[in-house]
Design a binder for this molecule. Structure first.
Ligand SMILES: [Fe+2]
Length: 135
């Protein structure tokens, strides 16, 4: 299970809710993947993965709108990071048939959570610092 940590909190309610939702959806996929009692779990995992990708896009555009609203100077480089991440996720072919499908999907999920956590701690926290100077 992917653990949400206090250090990921930005203090901006809407952003924190959306970041937590990303963890929640990633954990849905994780739990399903770990459940060997469900027969057609891959179809379900793919549906959740689509939901994760959609929610991630939704979150990024909400965050970008917020960054424009507060006049964040590094808006463009932040947006590029979001775009490249979405591109990487789209390139992950989850339908790839091989004997280690569990392992493959788990790797993508781990990549997702690792990227999001790192992005929150470095890139997002930078606009949090900026946002605090406005108060
Ligand atoms: Fe971001």
């Amino acid at each position: 299970m992917f653990q949400w940590k206090k250090e990921y909190e930005t203090g901006i309610a809407i952003i924190d809710e959306q970041h937590q939702e990303l963890f929640k959806i990633a954990n849905e996929a994780y739990n399903l993947l770990k459940n060997n009692l469900i027969i057609d779990k891959y179809d379900k995992v793919l549906i959740i993965f689509d939901k994760l990708l959609d929610y991630c896009k939704y979150h990024f555009s909400a965050e970008e709108k917020y960054l424009l609203d507060i006049g964040y100077k590094k808006f463009l480089s932040h947006k590029v990071q979001h775009e490249e991440f979405i591109k990487d996720l789209k390139n992950a072919n989850l339908k790839k048939i091989d004997t280690n499908q569990d392992e493959y999907i788990m790797e993508i999920l781990e990549f997702f959570v690792r990227w999001i956590s790192g992005h929150i701690l470095a890139t997002d926290m930078d606009y949090v610092k900026y946002e605090r100077t406005l108060k």
